[in-house]
Design a protein around this ligand. Structure first.
Ligand code: BGC
Length: 793
């Protein structure tokens, strides 16, 4: 497991030797900075931030903020400017050179930011040096990977996406921000909004899955959760949309690998969640490690400047990924560090994380006229603007508060939120003969599998400062939920990390004496993580054969999966009576799984990503384009496999419940639409079973024929509804031109006249459909992308 980053040996630096000082001293220092900058107090001068960065650009006047930044930049030396562009890691604080070396750099204004340094006292001490002892008293900004919780670990992002619940995503990010800010952090490198269609790629766990629309809705929710309503609030942290862009498209699923993507694929598949994050006000973006069609993202001026800042009008700051600017050399696009720095800076990478090409070469390159000072100034301005918008010039210590660290972290409310979100993220994949829910009052229940008792695995990868002592394993969750008379017997059986079958015998014996068996199998968190690509995505170790032995006993068998990627487990999918996708759900994993297994919570999660039958089917995703020889056709010469069905094991959007839902066909407000019209779609959903439950109603669209080929189905809306047994509801959606639009042959975004298909139902492959026509005598209708739409909420 990776608490912070793979690159850091030790994450908590030795506290700097100087004592921390009081807020008053900080305020004094900040005032000095302002006086030097020849400006009044920024807090007094600052106006509330505009609703979106794009609105800000539109209404651009020389704001008090810009006046402040102008005068500060005017006073900076070349070295101080370059210093602002450097982000050092905690390892660099504690590592060679030690804390004194780093403090000296802070004093000289040679570092603008740290990552992997946290703790209220530590951060206050470093900040005090920056604002009291450096010449211009410019505060540092502290960033860290706060991915799915800080101390209260929530479900891994892919799991949380299975909730299809933007409010859950907002809430978990909010809790993470409250906790991380207490530890002094100002900024998280999250959300990761990379679309991933290849489950071999280990970082699929960090994103929202394969769909651009679901990914966009969740990206916006996560940004809002981290940043709150006001970035200056002491419990708000700046968000980072990463990794810009198409990082999930790595060839072969091999992390960091090249991506060859057309502009159409970028705009339709990979970019929408980034656009949504920008629209939601994400303060920063992170460039991605990969190249796109020959140009590494860190050197991609089209991507980082023309598109992001130009076309989208986004005003934020771009940080490199870890040493990403330095890596332009091994990419083979920069001959030396001076060229890497020049490429990175002019492409639009403002802050260099960890590698030091900017620090080593930029001042000289500016002096020699190789890099225009205006380009340097613009990057400096963006970093200072982030600090300003975080309120750091007014209060450099913000939320860093040792008392808050104790009182506002891992609170009962935070744990309760983690349990709710965890239960919502569980997907019931299969449930034959109502094997689930289990009765609480069984005489004996066997719980089997190394993962069942593994508290640290519940946390998943990137668990920040989450501790296994805080976490409840599946086994303990079950023990806490059964009736007092029930005997829970545990056997380790098998583990994901070993082929050892020595535990089979005890596991089979435990199962033989039990009324029902819960087998927990899957991956360790370290198997689906950065640089953790798998060439096979089945159950590792000796777990599958154990499942087969247990199945042979003929007992009610429930298999619970713990994993951070789709697994190809056809035998389980076809043979086990009940199969539950439980991912890595965080500190409250045990109680949340028990809530579902015993029916206190009716499962309602839906897959945010396709589960293939075999690794050979990859990439396999629901919103593919059609061939001239669709696989369904009866003729033999069609687009399929000779040794496995072409269809997924479990499609995107799949997820069962303990009750059943019946859907009406979709009803449309009209079957002929004109330019600018809106289409009403309604569908009636009835709970036809005997329990109350939530259902995620899904709406997909297909453009039957376009000037370029269109996906067979695209998610356009969804809604989570709660229905009591027997209850019906009518869910209404409104679709507009934005939902029909795509990029045509000349890459103009248009809605083309012709036939469309609306599909509603409970998964991407369980839908009913109806057609309508878009009429436009004048031809394609231009539909520019805008913030504030359903697509970019
Ligand atoms: C990852 C980023 C992360 C950074 C800092 C990199 O290896 O790709 O996602 O934010 O490290 O920890």
């Amino acid at each position: 497991m990776r608490p912070t980053s793979p690159h850091t040996g030790s994450h908590r630096p030795h506290p700097p030797s100087r004592p921390s000082v009081a807020r008053a001293a900080a305020a004094r220092a900040a005032t000095v900075a302002l006086a030097l900058a020849g400006c009044a107090s920024p807090r007094a001068a600052s106006a509330p931030a505009p609703a979106t960065p794009i609105a800000a650009t539109a209404a651009r006047v020389r704001s008090a903020e810009e006046v402040f930044l102008d005068s500060l930049i005017a006073r900076m030396t070349l070295e101080e400017k370059v210093g602002q562009l450097m982000q050092s890691s905690g390892a660099q604080v504690t590592g060679p050179g030690g804390s004194e070396g780093s403090l000296e750099q802070v004093r000289r204004g040679a570092i603008g930011s740290f990552l992997n340094v946290y703790g209220a006292d530590t951060i206050r001490s470093l900040q005090r040096v920056a604002v009291e002892e450096s010449r211009l008293h410019i505060p540092l900004v502290f960033g860290q990977d706060v991915i799915h919780g800080w101390r209260t670990t929530f479900p891994v992002p892919l799991a949380e996406a299975a909730s299809w619940d933007p409010e859950a995503a907002r809430l978990s990010a909010r809790v993470a921000a409250v906790e991380a800010s207490a530890y002094g952090l100002h900024w998280t490198f999250a959300p990761m909004v990379d679309i991933a269609r290849d489950p071999r790629w280990g970082r699929i766990v960090e994103g929202a899955g394969e769909d651009p629309y679901l990914g966009s809705v969740l990206a916006a929710a996560r940004v809002r959760g981290f940043q709150g309503a006001d970035l200056r609030a002491p419990d708000a942290i700046a968000a980072t949309a990463k990794h810009f862009a198409a990082y999930g498209g790595a060839e072969g699923g091999r992390d960091y690998n090249v991506v060859d993507a057309s502009e159409r694929a970028l705009r339709e598949v990979y970019l929408p969640p980034f656009r949504a994050a920008a629209c939601a006000g994400a303060a920063t973006f992170m460039a991605s490690f990969n190249e796109i069609s020959g140009v590494p993202a860190h050197a991609n001026r089209w991507l980082l400047t023309d598109l992001l800042r130009g076309e989208w009008g986004w005003e934020g700051m771009v940080v490199s990924d870890w040493a990403g600017v330095g890596e332009l050399m091994p990419h083979g696009i920069a001959a030396d560090s001076a060229e890497a720095a020049r490429l990175g800076l002019t492409a639009g990478v403002d802050l260099e994380m960890v590698s030091t090409t900017y620090r080593a070469t930029l001042a000289d390159q500016v002096r020699r006229g190789q890099v225009p000072v205006a380009v340097l100034d613009e990057a400096v301005r963006r970093i200072l603007r982030l600090k300003y918008r975080l309120g750091l010039f007014a209060d450099p210590y913000r939320g860093a508060d040792a008392a808050r660290e104790r009182t506002q972290v891992l609170t009962p409310e935070h744990r309760a939120a983690a349990r709710r979100v965890a239960a919502e993220s569980i997907v019931l994949l299969r449930n034959e003969r109502q094997t689930l829910p289990l009765r609480r009052d069984l005489r004996t229940l066997a719980v089997i599998g190394a993962l069942a008792a593994d508290t640290s695995a519940t946390l998943g990868n990137w668990a920040a400062i989450g501790r296994k002592e805080d976490a409840v394993s599946v086994l303990d969750g079950i023990r806490g939920a059964v009736s007092p008379g029930t005997r829970v017997v545990y056997a380790r059986g098998a583990s994901p990390t070993s082929a050892d079958t020595a535990g089979y015998r005890a596991a089979v014996a435990a199962a033989r004496g039990a009324d029902a068996v819960v087998l927990v199998v899957g991956e360790t968190p370290g198997m689906s993580a950065e640089a953790r690509t798998r060439s096979r995505i089945d159950l590792p170790g000796a777990q599958l054969a154990l499942a087969q032995r247990l199945h042979a006993l003929g007992k009610p068998l429930v298999v619970v999966l713990m994993n951070g990627r789709p697994l190809a487990v056809p035998w389980l999918a076809e043979n086990t009576p009940a199969l539950v996708e439980a991912w890595f759900l965080g500190v409250e994993m045990g109680p949340a799984v028990a809530d579902v297994l015993f029916g206190a919570v009716n499962p309602s999660g839906k897959l945010p990503v396709t589960f293939p039958r075999s690794v050979g089917q990859i990439p396999l995703y629901y919103n593919h384009r059609e061939t001239g020889r669709p696989a369904e056709a009866l003729n033999g010469y069609t687009s399929k496999y000779i040794d496995v069905a072409w269809t997924p094991q479990y499609p995107f959007g799949h997820g069962l419940s303990y009750t059943t839902f019946a859907y009406s066909a979709p009803r449309l407000s009209t079957t002929t639409l004109a330019a600018g019209d809106s289409l009403g779609v309604e569908v009636t959903v009835t709970n036809t079973g005997s329990r109350e439950g939530d259902e995620v109603v899904q709406l997909y669209l297909r453009d039957e024929s376009g000037s370029v080929t269109r996906p067979v189905s695209e998610l356009r809306r969804f809604r989570r509804v709660h229905l009591r047994a027997g209850e019906s509801t009518t869910v209404r959606f409104a679709l507009g031109m934005d939902d029909l639009a795509f990029y045509d042959l000349r890459m103009r975004r248009v809605a083309e006249p012709g036939w469309f298909r609306v599909m509603t139902g409970s998964s991407s492959r369980d839908v009913q459909e109806v057609q309508f026509r878009l009429d436009s005598p004048s031809g394609p209708i231009p539909v520019p992308e805008r913030c504030g739409t359903a697509r970019f909420p």
